[in-house]
Ligand binder design. Structure first.
Ligand SMILES: [Fe+2]
Ligand SMILES: [Fe+2]
Length: 292
């Protein structure tokens, strides 16, 4: 199979099992190098895009298994969109350097594992994937994806970056409620996402002009109303960004960034958990840091 055929398969096959087909180790030679921008993925009728707004359960309600399942459903949707959009990037940016493309392929394989982990665990809690409406927040950014740098700025530095904060928050809260298994899933995914952000940083940093720093370059790649607020959680763990290879200036600028939505999240309930700024780790990262 050619890599482009595999990417099309992930986007156009409608069965979930097809989207979970792991990437191959060997690809047939490509003969076509046209950029293809697929506007929308095919999906099972149960997994269609929806504009219905649903709220993610509050942290203090995660003592209930059903609420844990609904929360994982929300995260699983992100994984599905990530699989599709990294496949989208392979087709849209056929001239991307081989190292970047190989990173996207590895990321797809890892997002597939994350999706399966979330689905298995939500099933334990009586929730099936597709039971709730699925938003398409990542797909809504298609117009911003004009280059592989802007794609990396939005997908990896922003969405996957924010996920570093959220996976820490939820690992801590699930652990607080005595659900070590789900907490461990969050940490497994956290450590993969550190690698994903790192891959995005590599794709992005090569293009930083001499007269700009990484933060200014990032701002030039994202388009309003998308703002850096999307690149962090309501709690921010700056150490995670250093782990992912972002420089101190970027990490600090992101920390202090505010927009009109800042402060709308009620942090009182978050504070109750005394989450602290320390990181939970599985420490799978150190042994792998040179291999990707
Ligand atoms: Fe993921
Ligand atoms: Fe990811």
């Amino acid at each position: 199979m050619k890599l482009s055929e595999y990417a099309k398969h992930l986007l156009l096959a409608s069965n979930l099992e097809d989207k979970l087909l792991p990437p191959s180790k060997h690809w047939d030679e490509e003969v076509e190098f046209n950029s293809i921008r697929i506007e929308k993925p095919n999906r099972d009728p149960k997994l269609q895009f929806s504009d219905r707004k649903i709220k993610i359960p509050r942290l203090e309600h995660l003592n209930l298994e059903s609420n844990r399942g609904l929360t994982l459903h929300h995260f699983a949707n992100h994984e599905l969109m990530a699989i599709e959009l990294f496949a989208w990037a392979i087709l849209a940016f056929p001239d991307a350097p081989k190292s970047i493309r190989n990173g996207w392929i590895k990321t797809i394989g890892e997002e597939q594992i994350h999706l399966k982990m979330y689905i298995n665990r939500m099933n334990d809690f009586g929730i099936q994937f597709g039971d709730l409406p699925l938003n398409y927040i990542f797909w809504k950014q298609l117009k911003q994806f004009n280059s592989l740098e802007s794609f990396s700025a939005v997908m990896s530095l922003s969405f996957e970056g924010a996920n570093l904060d959220y996976s820490q928050v939820y690992a801590k809260v699930f652990s607080y409620f005595g659900d070590q298994l789900t907490s461990d899933i969050m940490l497994y995914i956290f450590e993969d996402e550190v690698k994903h952000v790192k891959r995005g940083v590599r794709a992005f940093e090569k293009s930083i002009p001499g007269d700009k720093n990484s933060w200014e370059h990032y701002l030039s790649l994202i388009q309003f109303p998308f703002t850096p607020r999307r690149a962090k959680g309501y709690l921010y763990f700056p150490e995670t960004r250093s782990l992912a290879g972002l420089d101190a200036k970027f990490t600090k600028e992101l920390e202090t960034y505010e927009d009109e939505y800042t402060g709308r999240v009620n942090l009182e309930s978050v504070k109750k958990f005394g989450l602290g700024s320390g990181l939970m780790r599985k420490n799978r990262l150190d042994s792998q840091s040179n291999s990707d």
